[in-house]
Design a protein around this ligand. Structure first.
Ligand code: ADP
Ligand code: MG
Length: 577
């Protein structure tokens, strides 16, 4: 119940005025039912006493009853509408904004952390339960007030009936708690299967893996995995459904018996003329009314505790502490110095990069070369601040240490195209402007497309998902490069988004990149050495270590790792002359 209180207070704090408006709107629906019962009683009594001069009063009573019914319905509709669109939607928007803020603050490294990933997922679900908890509480409060009002009226007729009503509703509590417990277990075990199924389904419908799946026949394999998860899930469901069914059967038996007893009592009261026929009719309808409302209260009580508990994940996510520095980066700080930097990925033993020292000056161009797996991408992620070094120091500008810097502020000055990049199923224009949505420069979009050698219309929608055109791998890579170009920041990182582009073409693109960004600091990553020729400085990585540093000429003269690699690759560029 502590979770419930926290959830409700949270919701109330976000939209206090709307909450009050909502309760005011529901007020009439709490009072009118009692008046309706009273009018109903008078009407039935009047009609059962069949003298002709009472017809006129009866007609008036019918109209009053109808009027009350209509007013009640109108307020009911208004309050429900307001609850959904004016009240809950606001809470939801607020929570989504909070989650988004949190996710932005989570470092890349933490995304590798399975626990955190699950916390994110549960937090998203938790937000849904915050609204759910608030809505159930509203319903409980309404039902309680309604039952109290009607019971009070009922007791004024014959108090003893109230005991029976409670007796009838009591089994519901037992049923709901037992069923809710079973369902909670089901939910927990099924979420694992659900995740598996989602993943398999994604692979099966993914356009990127579709060809591979077809050729290698792996589609069947994934389909089988999906089916297995599905079967495990439905096996679980069936078992729990069976238990729930048994509990429900027992409950209906008990409820049936007590309903019967209560009915016999009011029938006896009527026969012995202790109550009028009008009171009998009111008792009959209020009996059903109170039973239904009490049942909902009980079942809501079972659900609210559970919903409150599930919404806790949302608060866990909000309370997640995000380590971030406080210092901002300015334009003139856009140079980077590494001193003995090492990094090991979580859960790995071997260092991905070890003991790396170098300096990248402002407006300098740097090429990082090395074979696959030598640590190039890791080094780039460390330079961009996406990863924090485990050992050593990264310094930006004149002595600003990475640990003290705001991640957002560092990223503000960076533009990047990575090896793995987004293929957004949006228009070409949107694919570029998302990198810098605050500016909207049509000329710049065209310039970027031209620079990346893309002959595409800006309005063209990409990807088959929304009926657009599918691009080739190389074209998608050019889109990523154009996006990076459009963003136009002080430091540009390009980490091999070019694997599907022909080596000579790649050389061409990188050369243009170095030329066009003379006033910027540029870092290019490549395992194709021709690209590195025009860089001011080259870092050669081998197995996570920095083995050689220098200009292209210096490295060739060294006759070491770089010279050997160059010899092997030179044939790719011979055509160039
Ligand atoms: P490169 O870009 O030169 O191909 P990477 O920097 O991607 O090299 O990888 C360097 C080493 O770090 C490799 O051994 C790789 O397996 C490992 N590595 C890369 N990314 C991750 C990751 N997210 N989690 C664990 N290990 C990783
Ligand atoms: Mg890489």
């Amino acid at each position: 119940m502590k979770d419930v209180r926290k959830t409700i207070l949270y919701a109330a704090k976000i939209v206090p005025v709307r909450m009050i408006v909502y309760f005011l709107l529901t007020l009439p629906t709490l009072v009118l039912p009692v008046f309706m019962l009273k009018v109903q009683k008078d009407l039935v009594d009047l009609v059962s006493d069949s003298s002709e001069d009472k017809i006129k009063s009866a007609v008036i009573l019918v109209f009053i009853l109808l009027g009350l019914y209509l007013v009640n319905k109108v307020f009911d509709m208004f309050s429900k509408d307001f609850m959904e669109f004016g009240y809950f939607r606001c809470i939801n928007l607020h929570m989504q904004r909070e989650i988004h803020k949190k996710m932005e603050g989570i470092s890349l490294e933490n995304y590798e952390n399975v626990e955190l990933f699950q916390l994110l997922e549960r937090g998203q679900n938790g937000a849904m339960y915050v609204v759910f908890t608030a809505s159930i509480l509203n319903l409980i409060v309404q039902a309680v007030v309604l039952v109290l009002m009607v019971s009070a009226y009922l007791c004024s007729i014959y108090p003893i009936l109230f005991i029976f009503i409670i007796f009838v509703a009591f089994p519901v509590l037992i049923e709901k708690i037992l069923v809710a417990k079973k369902k909670a277990v089901l939910l927990q075990t099924n979420s694992q299967f659900q995740r598996e199924m989602q993943y398999y389904k994604k692979i099966l419908s993914d356009t990127d893996s579709e060809k591979e799946l077809k050729v290698q026949g792996a589609g069947h394999y994934f389909y089988r995995l999906w089916k297995e998860s599905r079967e495990k899930q439905s096996g679980n469901e069936k078992k729990i459904e069976k238990d729930c069914f048994r509990i429900s059967c027992g409950y209906h038996l008990i409820q049936g018996i007590s309903h019967g007893i209560a009915f016999i009592i009011i029938l006896v009261l009527l026969i012995y003329k202790k109550i009028s026929i009008g009171e009998f009719s009111v008792l009959l309808s209020s009996f059903a009314f109170i039973t239904a409302n009490l049942s909902s209260i009980m079942s809501f009580m079972g659900e609210i505790a559970q919903a409150g508990e599930l919404s806790k994940s949302y608060f866990d996510l909000l309370e997640l502490e995000i380590e971030d520095g406080t210092e901002d980066i300015a334009k003139e700080d856009c140079e980077i110095c590494f001193q003995h930097v090492s990094y090991t990925y979580p859960g790995r033993e071997k260092e991905a990069v070890s003991d790396i020292s170098f300096t990248l000056k402002k407006q300098e161009s740097l090429a990082i070369v090395g074979v696959n797996g030598s640590g190039k991408s890791t080094l780039v992620k460390l330079m961009t601040g996406l990863l924090k070094p485990k050992e050593g120091i990264c310094i930006w500008g004149k002595g600003k240490k990475r640990d003290t810097l705001k991640e957002r502020s560092m990223l503000e000055h960076i533009s990047a195209a990575f090896q793995i990049f987004g293929k957004y199923k949006l228009s070409v224009r949107e694919n570029l402007i998302i990198s810098s949505p605050e500016k909207r420069e049509e000329d710049k979009i065209e310039e970027a497309l031209k620079w990346a050698d893309l002959d595409l219309k800006k309005e063209m929608v990409l990807g088959r998902e929304f009926g657009g055109e599918e691009l080739s791998g190389g074209q998608w890579q050019r889109i990523a490069l154009a996006r990076c170009y459009y963003r136009d920041r002080e430091i540009v990182f390009v980490d091999e988004p070019t694997s599907a582009i022909d080596p000579l073409e790649e050389l061409n693109i990188y050369q243009k990149l170095l030329e066009l960004t003379k006033d910027k600091t540029v870092v290019v990553v490549t395992h194709r050495l021709g690209v590195a020729k025009n860089a001011d400085k080259i870092l050669v990585l081998e197995d996570g270590k920095l083995v050689e540093t220098g200009t292209f000429e210096e490295l060739q003269k060294m006759n070491g790792v770089f010279a050997k690699m160059w010899e092997e690759q030179a044939k790719w560029y011979r055509r160039e002359g």
